[in-house]
Design a protein around this ligand. Structure first.
Ligand code: AMP
Ligand code: MG
Length: 381
């Protein structure tokens, strides 16, 4: 998706609406983090050179308070997690490693200076970037924004994605399909995928497999930032989508990919608007969206480096396929994510098999067989 660039328009949202958006500003630390030498344990702040030994406890410091004196040789201050280190102390001993006797604390082990507290500024230095523009705001980023006192944040505007289903046999899900008709499921799966990629999804009416209908609806689709078409890109007599796109002056970046399902997928541009033509078989549509359209939406949304969620797992049984195409096959990844079993399926129309599975096994195009227990790539959409 090298061709696709960020739309680069921004808006401000409140922190409660920021999760899932792409941040459009660098955020600097407003103070050192932690802002003071912060105890990581409940215990005693001491001078490491005094240990082991019996130290005189001269007071306590809790989170939310400061100890106003310095710790001198032979002294200790009782300290709680999150409290600032008293001056003079250079380590904390966990309470579990101490014994209290009156105003003394007995510590029978040594510690290193620096143990059990986080020095001021160690996590982030004041003025340094703590978040960078171009990444998705997840839970940790929300916490960092709150930590730095940001109630509003600048994010990229969401791209608008127009969704166009094609096919004479396709009917809206609210209609009763006749025997030879199929409900439009692709528009709904694409809309859900587009939304999860950060877009605003807009469904167009279903295009019929003739020229005028397809042309008129494609023209409407180009009003959005990205047009995703399903169906009509294979080699059949009524697969007219590419021809119609060509009439719009389309530049095609690819019109076939060496994968299955999804081989006939097309990607291109008409003036400054990008489009995908995804094959209509529901599994092909779903897989090609994840592989290509998601990355394009993420780039339009301002994400600098979209990544495919690939991992590896061990096959639960022997597996073979025909070389030449990279295959994405529905599969079940075990709960702990270590083993993968291909799910029986009927091919790229079998969306039920995908609904029963939780991952895709990725069979490399240049390898024919794998034995049970061998590693194989896995896509977790
Ligand atoms: P096509 O890519 O147009 O040749 O369609 C391939 C297969 O996918 C056919 O069996 C179509 O009926 C089916 N199909 C096409 N579009 C959709 C859709 N929007 N929803 C569900 N199935 C579809
Ligand atoms: Mg069709």
């Amino acid at each position: 998706m090298r061709e696709v660039r960020s739309l680069n328009a921004t808006e401000q949202v409140s922190l409660c609406d920021a999760a899932g958006r792409v941040i459009a500003e660098d955020v600097a630390a407003d103070r050192d983090y932690p802002p003071f030498d912060r105890s990581a344990r409940d215990g005693f702040a001491i001078r490491a050179a005094d240990l082991p030994g019996a130290l005189r406890v001269i007071g306590e410091v809790r989170a939310g308070a400061m100890f106003d004196r310095a710790v001198a040789a032979g002294e200790a201050v009782e300290i709680m997690t999150g409290a600032p280190m008293p001056r003079g102390a250079d380590a904390v001993v966990m309470v579990e490693h101490t014994r209290r006797e009156g105003d003394r604390v007995i510590i029978e082990r040594s510690v290193q200076a620096g143990d059990n507290f986080t020095p001021r500024g160690a996590e982030a230095e004041r003025g340094k970037a703590i978040l960078r523009a171009g990444s998705r705001i997840g839970f940790a980023q929300i916490a960092v924004l709150a930590m730095t006192g940001r109630e509003r944040v600048t994010v990229y505007r969401r791209p608008r994605v127009a969704i166009l289903s094609t096919g004479d046999e396709i009917v809206d899900l609210r209609e009763q399909p006749r025997e030879f008709e199929i409900r439009n499921s692709n528009a709904w799966s694409i809309a859900a995928q587009a939304r999860s990629a950060g877009a605003i999804a807009e469904m167009l009416p279903i295009a019929r497999d003739h020229h005028e209908s397809t042309r008129e609806l494609i023209a409407r689709g180009f009003e959005a930032d990205l047009l995703v078409i399903s169906g009509g890109v294979s080699a059949g007599k009524y697969d007219i989508v590419e021809r119609v796109l060509a009439e719009f002056g389309a530049q095609f970046f690819f019109d076939r990919v060496l994968i299955q399902p999804g081989q006939p997928a097309v990607f291109g541009r008409v003036r400054e608007k990008f489009f995908f033509g995804l094959p209509g078989n529901p599994v092909s549509t779903l897989v090609t969206f994840e592989l290509f359209a998601r990355a394009a939406i993420e780039k339009l949304s301002g994400i600098e480096e979209p990544a495919l969620p690939l991992t590896r797992a061990k096959l639960s049984r022997d597996f073979r396929h025909k070389t030449g195409l990279t295959r994405f096959l529905p599969a079940r990844l075990s709960a702990e994510g270590s083993t993968i079993a291909p799910e029986p399926w009927q091919g790229s129309g079998d969306i039920s098999a995908v609904a029963r599975s939780n991952a895709f096994l990725v069979a490399d195009s240049d390898r024919e067989s794998w034995s049970a227990g061998e590693d194989i790539r896995v896509l977790i959409p």
